[in-house]
Design a protein around this ligand. Structure first.
Ligand SMILES: Cc1ncc(COP(=O)(O)O)c(C=O)c1O
Length: 369
C-alpha cells in the first residue's frame, strides 16, 4: 500500500518526482502538442495534448489526491469546467442550484437553458434541506451547491444534502472554490463531483485562469474525460505549471487568509459605517453592507491598499461590488430579493499584515459623510 500523506505534505511536494528521466523537482512544462509513437498501438501514454499533457496530468493527479477523488480534470476556466458538467445532461433534466450562486454560473445556466435546451436550473435556498426536497421532481438529476455561497456566505450541510441526493439517485456537485480542500473535502462527505475556479485560492496569485473538476466513480470519470477531450477547453501547460507552483503554499495561505478574515470581520462589526457583516467564521471571504448606498463609490475610490477588483483568493486583498461586477447579469429586482443589495461589498481578505488592511479601511471609512 502506498503511504497516505497529509494534505500539507501533498501540497508542499506537488510535482516533485513527476519527471523520472531527470529528477526535476519543479515539474517540467511540456509544450509539445504531439507525442511520437514507437509503432501501432505503442503509445507512450501521451498522444495529443488536448487528450493528455504531462504537465496538466501532474496538476490533475495532484488535485484528485487533495480532494480524495478518483480523477482530476483541468480546464481553461472555472466556467469551462461547469460547462463540461452541463454537457453530462440534457433537457428536460433539472439541476437544483443554490439560489446564491456565482453570477457567472447563473448566467451560463440561464443562457444555455433558454437557448440550447440545456439543463433547467431550479434555484433553491440550499441551506434548507426541506426546500431542496420540495424542489425535487421526476426530472431532477443533480444538486449543485456553493458553500459558503457567493456573495452572501450562507453555509450548506454537504453531508446531509449528499444523503438526500443518494436517496433520490441524484448527482451531488459542490463548487469548493471558497474553502478549497484545505478547509473542506466534499467528496469525503458524500458528494460525487467537486469543481473549482482554480483561478482563485488554488492557483492563488491572480495570474492564471483555471477550472478543475474532481470526480468519483469510473463511469462518471470516463464521461468527463470524454467531454474534456472532445470539447477541448483544456488548461494550457504553462497555466498547469503555474497552478502546481501556486498550490504548494495553499495550506499556509488558507490559514493566513482565515486568520486575517476573522480579525477583519470583528473589526468591521465595530465600525459605525457598517450595517452588517456576513462571515461564516471559516475561510478568507466575507461580505459587508454599508449603511448608505451613496457611500459605495466614495469608499471604493478611497481604498489605497485593498484593490477594487473582480476576483478573489489571491495574495492581495480585493473588494468586489457584486451589484455591478460578479452578479450584474442577475436582473436587479431578482438580485435584491436574493439579498445582493446595492450596499453589499464582497471582501477577499489577502495575506497582508492585518493592521495595514485595517488602517486602509479606516481611512476610507473616514471619507464617508
Ligand atoms: C465560486 C465560483 N465558481 C466559479 C467561478 C468561475 O470561475 P472562472 O472565473 O475561473 O471561470 C467563480 C469565478 O469568480 C467563482 O467565484
Amino acid at each position: 500500500m502506498t503511504q497516505q500523506y497529509s494534505i500539507d505534505t501533498l501540497l508542499a511536494q506537488a510535482g516533485n518526482r513527476s519527471d523520472k528521466r531527470t529528477g526535476a523537482v519543479s515539474t517540467p512544462i511540456y509544450l509539445s502538442t504531439a507525442y511520437g509513437h514507437h509503432g501501432i498501438g505503442e503509445s507512450t501514454g501521451f498522444d495529443y495534448t488536448r487528450t493528455k499533457n504531462p504537465t496538466r496530468s501532474v496538476l490533475e493527479d495532484t488535485v484528485a489526491k487533495l480532494e480524495n477523488g478518483d480523477r482530476g480534470f483541468a480546464f481553461a476556466s472555472g466556467m469551462a469546467a461547469i460547462q463540461v458538467l452541463m454537457n453530462l445532461f440534457k433537457g428536460p433534466d433539472e439541476w437544483i442550484v443554490s439560489s446564491d450562486v456565482y453570477g457567472g454560473t447563473y448566467r451560463l445556466l440561464d443562457f444555455a437553458y433558454k437557448n440550447n435546451n440545456s439543463v433547467k436550473p431550479v434555484y433553491v435556498n440550499t441551506a434548507s434541506l426541506a426546500e431542496i426536497e420540495a424542489a425535487i421532481t421526476a426530472n431532477t438529476k443533480a444538486i449543485f451547491i456553493e458553500t459558503p455561497s457567493n456573495p452572501l456566505m450562507e453555509e450548506c450541510d454537504v453531508a446531509e444534502i449528499a444523503k438526500l441526493a443518494k436517496k433520490h439517485n441524484l448527482l451531488m456537485i459542490v463548487d469548493n472554490t471558497f474553502l478549497t480542500p484545505v478547509l473542506s473535502r466534499p467528496l469525503d462527505l458524500g458528494a460525487d463531483i467537486v469543481i473549482h475556479s482554480g483561478t482563485k485560492y488554488i492557483a492563488g496569485h491572480n495570474d492564471s485562469l483555471v477550472g478543475l473538476i474532481i470526480a468519483k466513480g469510473q463511469e462518471l470519470c470516463d464521461r468527463i474525460a470524454y467531454i474534456q477531450n472532445g470539447a477541448g477547453a483544456v488548461l494550457s501547460p504553462f497555466d498547469s505549471w503555474l497552478t502546481v507552483r501556486g498550490m504548494k503554499t495553499l495550506s499556509l495561505r488558507m490559514k493566513r487568509h482565515q486568520d486575517n478574515a476573522k480579525e477583519i470581520a470583528e473589526f468591521l462589526r465595530e465600525q459605525p459605517q457598517i450595517d452588517s457583516v456576513l462571515y461564516p467564521n471559516k475561510g478568507g471571504m466575507l461580505s459587508f453592507r454599508l449603511k448608505d448606498e451613496n457611500w459605495v463609490n466614495t469608499f471604493l475610490k478611497s481604498i489605497k491598499l485593498v484593490t477594487f477588483a473582480e476576483s478573489l483568493g489571491g495574495t492581495e486583498s480585493f473588494i468586489t461590488y457584486p451589484a455591478t461586477q460578479t452578479h450584474m447579469d442577475i436582473p436587479e429586482a431578482e438580485r435584491v430579493v436574493r439579498g445582493i443589495t446595492n450596499t453589499l461589498l464582497r471582501f477577499s481578505v489577502g495575506l497582508e499584515d492585518v493592521e495595514d488592511i485595517k488602517a486602509d479601511l479606516l481611512q476610507a471609512f473616514a471619507q464617508l459623510k
